[in-house]
Design a protein around this ligand. Structure first.
Ligand SMILES: CNC(=O)Nc1cc(-c2cccc(-n3cnc4cc(C(C)(C)C)ccc4c3=O)c2C)cn(C)c1=O
Length: 282
């Protein structure tokens, strides 16, 4: 039998005993795109397991710290998290090997004309799936730090999973890491992150509210063409995003709860899950 028929290892890793993946068992296929760390390609492990392989461009990531953290990340396993299978760290560039999601990013999926017909029920279900994955991270005291529709991925049957959780900590580009940098995700950041870069699961909740807005506007850019300084000014003043037309008042009230100025006033993901379930039922 092909190795994929072997019973799955008790852990998420691709091999039975370690997170170190043997690159000779990985066939690299087409390029999927480029992210913060360089090129990502589809891969085939041991001839049958679909994977995505991030090939870490030199100087983009603090690699040793990440390799240490990878052991923790591979233990985070949930149906709405993109599974980290392991790393190839014995050569340069190092590879980060994860589960493959065939429809790509949630943002592009929502913007795609054929998915533009997705109704509010499907949109709400997608938000609920992201919420489930985030509630799991919250339970494990794990902060994403860059939750947005672009950092979620879509698989078969509208399955949505949260990707690249925690990786922001290992980015070396200070255009991305400093709140004044051009690549800092200002439009997904709450006041305490804008002012003190104080990340928490409650700052992930703020970002989740913006992700809900992205989903219900079918992939619009939050705050339109406003510049980052203009958005910072608006958010400090307590002004929040308007209700998307595809969104009911109940759903918009859930979003607004995520945008309360004080982090402790925002609902935890485990509470958001109940709120969204309540709306689903209506
Ligand atoms: C058609 N199907 C697909 O394309 N599937 C897939 C595309 C990607 C993919 C392709 C290119 C770039 C990126 N990408 C994007 N943003 C990133 C952002 C960060 C942070 C640190 C800024 C959050 C880190 C890494 C990345 C990153 O690797 C991804 C996730 C990953 N996976 C697992 C797929 O199944």
């Amino acid at each position: 039998t092909t190795p994929c028929d072997r019973p799955a290892p008790p852990t998420a890793g691709l091999s039975h005993d370690k997170w170190e993946i043997d690159p000779s068992e990985m066939v690299l296929l087409e390029e999927l795109g480029a992210g913060q760390f360089g090129v990502v390609r589809r891969g085939r492990w041991r001839g049958c397991k679909d994977t995505a392989v991030k090939m870490m461009k030199e100087g983009t990531m603090s690699e040793d710290e990440f390799i240490e953290e990878a052991k923790v990340m591979t233990k985070l396993q949930h149906k709405n998290l993109v599974q980290l299978y392991g790393v190839c760290s014995k050569h340069r560039p190092i590879y980060i090997v994860t589960e493959y999601m065939k429809h790509g990013s949630l943002l592009n999926y929502m913007r795609h004309p054929t998915h533009n017909q997705l109704g509010p029920a499907v949109m709400l279900d997608m938000c609920m799936q992201v919420c489930e994955g985030m509630a799991y991270l919250e339970k494990h005291n794990y902060i994403h730090r860059d939750l947005a529709a672009r950092n979620c991925l879509v698989g078969a049957e509208n399955v949505v999973k949260v990707a690249d959780f925690g990786l922001a900590r290992y980015v070396l580009d200070d255009q991305y890491t400093s709140s004044g940098g051009a690549k800092f995700p200002i439009k997904w950041a709450p006041p305490e992150v804008l002012n003190y870069t104080r990340f928490s699961s409650k700052s992930d909740v703020w970002a989740f509210g913006v992700l809900m807005w992205e989903v219900f506007t079918r992939g619009k850019a939050p705050y339109g063409r406003l510049t980052n300084p203009e958005v910072v000014e608006m958010v400090q003043r307590g002004q929040v995003l308007d209700k998307p037309s595809a969104c009911s008042n109940d759903i918009y009230n859930v979003m607004r709860g995520c945008w309360r100025h004080a982090p402790e006033e925002r609902p935890a993901f485990r509470v958001l899950r109940e709120q969204l379930a309540g709306v689903l039922a209506d």
